[in-house]
Design a protein around this ligand. Structure first.
Ligand code: ZN
Length: 370
């Protein structure tokens, strides 16, 4: 029960001392319960408030009510108590301040918070490695928009008007484009090849460029497909560029990327923007081309000893027709182009079996490459 001041029945020194003792015990007990500043304010008001504070009551009930001959002693006692109450209240405030100060204090001897330094994402690192191989051959880096027009993504790359690649099953189109002419309609580029046209519009031949970037296709995500992935494409245009230059360049690049012992192998293929076109395989850099890892079959090359790594070919003269005015007369210049998936090469290189792992953003997975 909270302490209340009661009238004194007698004013002997002993009775005054006893009453004072009781009051001080209550004061100490309440002071000990003060934990913060708002506790402290309540405590202070209970004891010091002019109207009905404990000290005021003491003044009224003990001092004013004292008989004349006891006034002097009662007055001394009340003054003494007043001082003790004030001191205790001040001390309680100091304690709450020191207490809150303690939790905010900085212990300079503690080790600092370590912020981990970021690292290149494995796909970006792979892309940078590929780019640097070509930079060392004198290629410059070109980039272009991810949101493209049909013209740059398809038409100028010699895709005929009804080519199935334009189907919405393959290509992600920006909505509400129907009122525009077909060639102006926007889409998420399905390859980095539009940058070939954009660069040839800007720069006169000879050119040697490498084009890294994000591309999108309408593929549902699974272990080997992602609606977003990364391509690296290359283009070289000059007079007298031959298929031999293409083979020599790519053979060198593969040796620089996967080791000097890898072999390359070309087989015919088709792309609208190259003629002739080829797919290039490299001898499996995981099993060394044997198709086996010890007694186990080599999965990445499906036991064939070869891994399909890129598409390539000689630039179709029809493509040059679109940039003929900037010096790309198909009768005077020739060139080769190639493109590969950075994600796929990263999967092979790091032995990862699910492309989704690259894009889920799980730090536990990504940290392994840091
Ligand atoms: Zn293999």
């Amino acid at each position: 029960m909270a302490y209340t001041v009661s009238k004194l029945k007698e004013y002997s020194a002993n009775a005054l001392d006893k009453a004072a003792e009781k009051l001080l015990a209550a004061l100490e007990k309440e002071a000990a319960e003060v934990k913060n500043e708002s506790d402290w304010k309540g405590f202070r008001d209970r004891w010091m408030a002019r109207k009905n504070g404990v000290l005021t009551q003491v003044n009224d009930l003990w001092l004013k009510a004292a008989p004349k001959d006891a006034k002097r002693e009662a007055g001394q006692k009340v003054n003494e108590l007043k001082q003790r109450v004030e001191q205790t209240i001040d001390a309680a405030l100091e304690r709450t301040k020191a207490g809150s100060g303690k939790s905010d204090a900085i212990d300079i001897s503690l080790p600092g918070i370590q912020r981990s330094i970021g690292a290149e994402h494995p796909v970006i690192r792979t892309a940078n490695e590929i780019v640097s191989v070509f930079r060392n051959l004198g290629y410059s880096v070109q980039e272009g928009p991810v949101v493209e027009t049909d013209y740059y993504n398809f038409e100028a790359l010699n895709f005929p008007p009804n080519h199935p690649a334009r189907d919405t099953q393959d290509t992600l189109f920006i909505a509400n484009q129907q009122s525009k002419p077909a060639r102006d309609r926007l889409l998420l580029r399905t390859h980095t090849s539009p940058v070939q046209i954009r660069t040839m519009e800007k720069l006169k031949p000879p050119i040697r460029i490498v084009i890294p970037g994000k591309v999108h296709r309408n593929d549902p995500p699974d272990a080997s497909h992602s609606p977003m992935f990364h391509q690296i494409e290359g283009l070289a245009v000059d007079t007298n560029i031959t298929f031999g230059d293409l083979k020599g360049t790519l053979d060198h690049a593969m040796k620089a990327l996967f080791g000097s012992s890898v072999k390359t192998h070309f087989r015919p293929s088709f792309f609208p923007f190259t003629e002739p076109s080829a797919e290039m395989m490299v001898s499996c850099f995981i099993c060394g081309g044997s198709g086996k890892r010890g007694s186990e079959p080599c999965r990445p090359c499906k036991q064939t000893g070869w891994i399909e790594i890129l598409g390539c070919g000689m630039v179709d003269p029809n493509v040059f027709e679109f940039v003929k005015d900037n010096g790309y007369d198909p009768k005077k210049v020739s060139g080769f182009a190639f493109g590969m998936g950075a994600d796929r090469i990263a999967l092979l290189k790091y032995g990862v079996d699910d492309i989704q792992l690259f894009f889920n953003g799980d730090v536990r997975f990504l940290r392994q490459f840091a």
